[in-house]
Design a protein around this ligand. Structure first.
Ligand code: AMP
Ligand code: MG
Length: 496
């Protein structure tokens, strides 16, 4: 594999300068016939990468791992993790390779990662590859998240490999070029903590502070503050997921980023019909990662994170544990505030107070008993604020309105003192409740067309329309629709 000066990516790699035990140096394994499916041009520009060069055969060869760009220093990162509650001391990048870091136009350091780039020392029994379906799913959902304004890894490009990967059946292979603020996970800390390697935990904590929380660098209690900062970002993140009806599906500690970005979109899904116990993942038998369990699981994951930091939180073990506990105990309140404020905004309530909790809870109950579509319902509420006579359209979304009917006058009453005009309130509501989300049945249809017929038109269209998720407009009527009974997706799969 030759160096490729033509691409001229200004790599500035820092993780690969950490101690050798943090990663394995690897080369992506070449693929048969790389073809570009889609390049995220605005993101490429933001990363300072020449989009023209990336779509050239040499650029596509880099995105497929067939060539190594100048300045790239490919590594597979070591990490561990709790999977469904069970600790696995070694996971690591088994099918993803960090090809390098760049500093983007906002001055933020970003990883460029090739997911599906071949075997690494962490592959265990896996083939190191990714199938096209999960690559397209991650592309669609992560870019929709970016458009929602929710912290997330991004999709820079998707390529097909020309090879088949064997899952239950042979499937076309693909590679996702993923961009992240970093790929440091709770599981990265666990990897070293499990080896009782406190020096490495400290080095990783220092690196994390430097990269994600530089304002803490000179704090006298910087590691305790790091714990608090990670807790705060997770509380905010999980609330924001739930406010768009998102279920991650595999909230293992190795899929929990310390930067506070959403990462590893496996069997993730958005709810159509609201119900707090909704689960889509085929492997989540106990409902561990059900919609409403997500804050409790994030809290659990953060306790695992705190445990890894104990050796650097204080000289005395008891004091370290007490400090960690004190920080952890803040999570439920942080989450509650974030979700309550978020729901209040979706209901058009300004300056929410404790007394609004019951109003929110009753509305959620009304949606659950009425089997209402989560996304459409919040948009319809905005229509009702603007034009009260449209209440019948709202009720029509509920199969049972017994809980909704007494709620509506209380909601109207709550807004009576708001000085904003109805149009202003409705506009504010629409700015926090997307009119389109990546619905499961549409993702499935896009994947099916791509996998069975090499027809990527549905995929492109989803990505393009979802880049603008809050504005209602002609041409998206079908994307607003919930699935018809025969289109409902009941299960999603990791596809690994
Ligand atoms: P994930 O389910 O993507 O969070 O991955 C969990 C672990 O399994 C990570 O260590 C992955 O690198 C590894 N893994 C998943 N799929 C594969 C694969 N096809 N080949 C090798 N390792 C894999
Ligand atoms: Mg993962």
């Amino acid at each position: 594999m030759d160096a490729l000066p033509v691409l001229n990516i200004a790599f500035d790699n820092s993780y690969s300068r950490l101690p050798e035990r943090f990663f394995a140096r690897v080369q992506p394994a070449p693929v048969a016939a790389p073809r570009l499916v889609r390049l995220n041009e605005p993101l490429a520009r933001h990363l300072g990468i020449d989009a023209q060069a990336l779509v050239s055969p040499d650029g596509v060869a880099v995105l497929a791992g067939n060539r190594i760009a100048d300045g790239s220093d490919p590594i597979a990162m070591a990490y561990a993790g709790h999977q469904f509650g069970n600790f696995v001391p070694q996971l690591g990048d088994g099918r993803a390779i960090l090809i390098g870091e760049v500093v983007d136009r906002s001055g933020v350091r970003r990883d460029i990662h090739l997911k599906g780039a071949g075997r690494t020392p962490f592959s265990r029994m896996g083939d190191g590859r990714a199938a096209l379906g999960p690559v397209l799913r991650e592309y669609i959902v992560s870019e929709a998240f970016a458009a929602f304004g929710i912290p997330t890894t991004r999709a820079l490009a998707a390529v097909t490999t020309g090879d088949y990967v064997l899952r239950e059946t042979p499937l076309p292979g693909a590679i996702l070029a993923r961009v992240a603020a970093s790929h440091i996970r709770v599981g990265t800390f666990q990897y070293f903590a499990a080896r009782k390697d406190a020096d490495a935990v400290r080095a990783l904590a220092d690196y994390t502070i430097d990269r994600h929380y530089p304002e803490l660098a000179n704090h006298p209690e910087k590691y305790r503050e790091l714990l608090s900062a990670v807790i705060a970002r997770q509380a905010d993140l999980i609330a924001r997921w739930m406010l768009v009806g998102f279920i991650h599906g595999v909230m293992n500690t190795d899929n929990t980023s310390v930067s506070g970005e959403t990462i590893d979109f496996g069997p993730c899904a958005f709810m159509d019909t609201y119900h707090p116990s909704t689960v889509f993942s085929s492997i989540d038998h106990g409902g561990r990662y059900a919609f409403a369990n997500q804050p409790a699981i994030a809290n659990w994951n953060l306790v695992r994170f705190a445990e890894t930091l104990l050796p650097i939180l204080g000289d005395r073990k008891e004091a370290a544990i007490a400090a960690a506990q004190e920080r952890i105990d803040v999570f439920p309140a942080l989450f509650q505030t974030a979700i309550a404020d978020g729901y209040a905004a979706k209901l058009g309530i300004r300056d929410p107070g404790a007394e609004d909790a019951a109003l929110i809870q009753e509305f959620l109950s009304a949606m659950a008993t009425g089997k209402a579509d989560f996304t459409l319902t919040f948009r319809k509420l905005a229509d009702v604020v603007e034009t009260p006579t449209r209440e019948a359209e709202l009720s029509a979304l509920f199969s049972d309105t017994a809980t909704l009917e007494p709620w509506l006058p209380r909601w109207t009453q709550r807004r009576a003192s708001d000085a904003r005009s109805p149009a202003e309130i409705a506009a504010a509501m629409r700015s926090v409740s997307p009119v389109i989300i990546p619905r499961n049945h549409q993702i499935e249809a896009a994947i099916k067309a791509a996998v069975s017929n090499e027809d990527f038109s549905k995929f492109h269209r989803l990505v393009e329309d979802l880049a603008n998720p809050f504005d209602d407009r002609p041409g998206i009527a079908d994307l607003k629709e919930p699935p018809k009974p025969d289109e409902v997706v009941h299960q999603t799969f990791c596809g690994t």
